[in-house]
Write a protein that binds this ligand. Structure first.
Ligand code: BES
Ligand code: MN
Ligand code: ZN
Length: 481
């Protein structure tokens, strides 16, 4: 999609359709001949401007655009979802050139950003392996009341963030016969080369030399070799950053459960068990463009969790890179087994702050459903900064407990720790397991098992991978002081 921000009044905005936001119970006033029509639509009660409600008007009087789309925003306007829903509405009608206009009270940077991201995210369809992909928007042009110069930076940032999130969704959308660890590394290399980031890929032999036996244990049942993908961003040299942010993302390209195999029903979804890693790579693509004043390194352990004669067995004990031993009571609790070595390695390389994203547990979905990402931390200050970044980006994180009382559940008779607790508080004991390796480095763990994938399309977003936390991670880095 071609994107541009254009000057000019609402009457000049041209295209197959023009999106205008409509607050609940408040007809938009465009200062054009169609205002009377808009007032009548609201008076009829047929359209109220509720969140993600859409109305279509042909040949709006006094406007250059062929059609007008009213994008319902609700009472507290969420332009990301409103414009996402309007863009999907336009795309489903095969409109190709979309325009949008924001009135003065909705023309601030946060609204420009949200509206633009909404269009980019709403246009996305995970259909690139279908013989007949659905129709896409060809162009999007935004104009705002007031000085477009103010909106330009926000618009450019939104395009960067929306494209980065869609890149992460592309990675998550690929089936596991395509998206194996080697392919994920190839895509990461391509992204790094295009954006000028440094990339290093640690292969199986080197992982063994380094001593990441916990990570290797998960991969040993698969014919696909494991890799640790590392992507580095360094800020412009005039800044001498003292902080070094490490972003860690779980990338199990398929999770069969291993010998502790999963039920067949729903197993096909486990291609999305790499979405934490995809989010981190998407964030790096945005970070390369936004150039924040902090060093950021992405660590993406990529493995496939399979069943074979070589697969890891329940009861196996592995020695982690940290030196701690772990008894693998359940081979399906594999995320924490690849993450602990990666977290230790990130700390060895000098990361001062760590944030990880992982589709780690079904339990977090039981607790929070598909609305909130579960957040866990050993450092309230870092958590608050991440939470603030998430709020600015319209992403939802709910803080869950992460304290020592949960540690008992991970006792092992034969090793330093077991890799599972009891049924209860499963997402918390998983987080505690990771914390044992992160402490004392400030760390936040995000369990995105419920939010990285949509089981059904929403008005503003297609079914499938969502790219959750891409924007939050980029925002965290961009707002680093
Ligand atoms: N990848 C799964 C978690 C998951 C489950 C993500 C459902 C998305 C939807 C993870 O590797 C896993 O299997 N976790 C187990 C842990 C258990 C064995 C302690 C789980 O949640 O069932
Ligand atoms: Mn698993
Ligand atoms: Zn998994």
């Amino acid at each position: 999609m071609k994107t541009k921000i254009v000057p000019g009044p609402v009457s000049a905005a041209a295209g197959d359709a023009l999106i205008v936001p409509a607050l609940e119970d408040k007809a938009p006033v465009l200062g054009a001949a169609c205002d009377e029509t808009l007032a009548r639509i609201f008076a009829s009660g047929e359209f109220k401007g509720k969140a993600q409600e859409v109305a279509l008007i042909h040949a709006p009087a006094g406007l250059a655009a062929a059609r007008l789309i009213l994008a319902g925003c609700g009472k507290t306007p969420d332009l990301r979802r409103a414009f996402g829903a309007a863009a999907r509405f336009a795309r489903q009608r095969k409109f190709s050139d979309l325009a949008a206009w924001l009135p003065a009270d909705l023309a601030g940077a946060e609204h420009v950003e949200a509206a633009t991201e909404g269009v980019l995210l709403g246009d996305y369809e995970p259909d690139f392996r279908k013989s007949e992909p659905v129709s896409r928007l060809v162009s999007f042009s935004l104009s705002v009341a007031g000085d477009p110069a103010d909106a330009e930076a926000a618009f450019a940032r939104a395009v960067v963030l929306g494209e980065a999130q869609n890149f992460a969704r592309d990675l998550g959308n690929e089936p596991s016969n395509v998206m194996n660890p080697t392919e994920l590394a190839n895509r990461a290399r391509l992204m790094a080369n295009q954006t000028g980031l440094e990339i290093e890929i640690i292969d199986e032999d080197r992982l063994r030399q380094l001593g990441m036996r916990s990570l290797l244990g998960v991969a040993q049942g698969s014919a696909e070799p494991p890799l640790l993908i590392i992507v580095r961003y360094l800020p412009p040299t005039e800044n001498t950053p003292k902080d070094h942010l490490g972003l860690v993302g779980k990338a199990v390209t398929f999770d069969s459960g291993g010998i502790s195999i999963k039920p067949a029903d729903g197993m096909e979804k486990m291609k999305y068990d790499m979405c934490g890693g995809a989010a981190v790579l998407g964030a790096m693509q945005a970070i390369a463009a936004l150039k924040p004043p902090v060093a950021v390194t992405a660590f993406v352990p990529a493995v496939e969790n399979m069943v074979s004669g070589q697969a890891q067995r329940p009861g196996d004990i592995v020695k982690t890179l940290s030196g701690k031993t772990v008894e693998v009571l359940n081979t399906d609790a594999e995320g924490r087994l690849i993450l602990n070595d990666t977290i230790t390695y990130a700390r060895q390389l000098g990361c001062t702050h760590l944030v990880d994203a992982a589709t780690l547990t079904g339990s977090v979905v039981v607790a929070l459903g598909h609305v909130y990402t579960g957040g866990y931390t050993n450092d309230p200050v870092l958590f608050d900064r991440l939470q603030a970044a998430a709020r600015r980006q319209g992403e939802k994180i709910w803080q869950m407990p992460c304290e020592e009382e949960y540690k008992d559940a991970l006792k092992s008779a034969f090793a330093d720790m077991a890799n599972i607790g009891t049924r209860w508080g499963g997402s918390i004991t998983a987080a505690w397991f990771l914390r044992e390796f992160a402490d004392p480095t400030p760390w936040v763990h995000l369990d995105v098992a419920g939010t990285a994938w949509l089981d059904e399309a929403k008005a503003w977003m297609a079914k499938g991978p969502t790219g959750a936390m891409v924007r939050t991670f980029a925002e965290l880095a961009a707002s680093w002081r």
